[in-house]
Ligand binder design. Sequence first.
Ligand SMILES: NC(=O)c1ccc[n+]([C@@H]2O[C@H](COP(=O)([O-])OP(=O)(O)OC[C@H]3O[C@@H](n4cnc5c(N)ncnc54)[C@H](O)[C@@H]3O)[C@@H](O)[C@H]2O)c1
Length: 289
Amino acid sequence: MVGLMNASLKGRRALVTGAADGLGKAFALALAHAGADVAVCDISSSVSAVADELKTIGVKSYSAVADVANEKQIKKFVDDAAIALGGLDLVISNAGVVRITVPTKDSWEKTVDDFDAVVGVNYRGVYLTGRAAIPHLIKQGGDLINITTDHIHNCGYPVITHDHTDDCKWKDMQRSPVGGNGFDVYDSSKWAIKGLTNTWARGLAEHGVRVNSFGMGATATPMYLGFVGDKPTPAGTMMPGDVAAVVVELINEGPQGRTGDCIQVWAGHPTFLRPVGLEGLLTARDLGR
Ligand SMILES: NC(=O)c1ccc[n+]([C@@H]2O[C@H](COP(=O)([O-])OP(=O)(O)OC[C@H]3O[C@@H](n4cnc5c(N)ncnc54)[C@H](O)[C@@H]3O)[C@@H](O)[C@H]2O)c1
């Protein structure tokens, strides 16, 4: 047994989608090291090895092969996970896919296929996962965290400052809140998640459920390293475990913590939980907090 790093989430019952590898696996491990029991799913059968690894940490785990875009599979996984763990109070909707899409070059067939594939997982999958989990979450309250990307945030706008470091590469500049040409489908699928997050945050507040979106810049996972190819990993690339530690910190804010926020960690920045941003402040105001 590896042992728990700390027990701040002991007794909590967590679920992570897309957890066979990359950030999902890092989230699952970080939650388990903090003491939570964890259910994991993926389209890859190697997710069962992650469940085995979670057990060696000393927590309960449950795994299933399930596609978040398939309404029957994701509903069954969420309900089965709640039975296996005795309920659910932490959900990280992480499964996502990316494709490079270029409006000026793509064939019509590629245009349609990319939309269905990317929106199907990134938007429909997050919608279905959240909807399947909400009946479980509202039983006692908890956290729903939807994974987005740093593409959808204007770095430095207007609450987040760069005062924490002198060598911040974004200092004295504002960053456009898009990933750029090649990401029209991916970025818009992640903007859609922001819409779900904002409305769910308001609707679930009275049930003690916090809903936040969490986006990161370049992180060393199979998805990102696939773009890098044979080149050396760019300096400043974040490690999945460091990003996951920030998610645990967010959960540890507890029931009085932020909700409806759009949280970002950026490659090249120190990886830490930033103060509540504009969306979180507006949601808090609307909720009369
Ligand atoms: N790595 C980065 O730099 C980065 C940056 C911004 C946002 N993200 C987001 O973080 C999340 C995780 O990304 P990652 O880098 O770990 O990706 P990854 O491709 O390395 O891992 C994703 C995992 O999700 C699984 N998956 C894919 N489609 C699925 C489906 N339909 N149902 C269930 N599981 C599925 C894959 O099998 C894989 O195990 C994604 O939502 C991604 O958009 C990643």
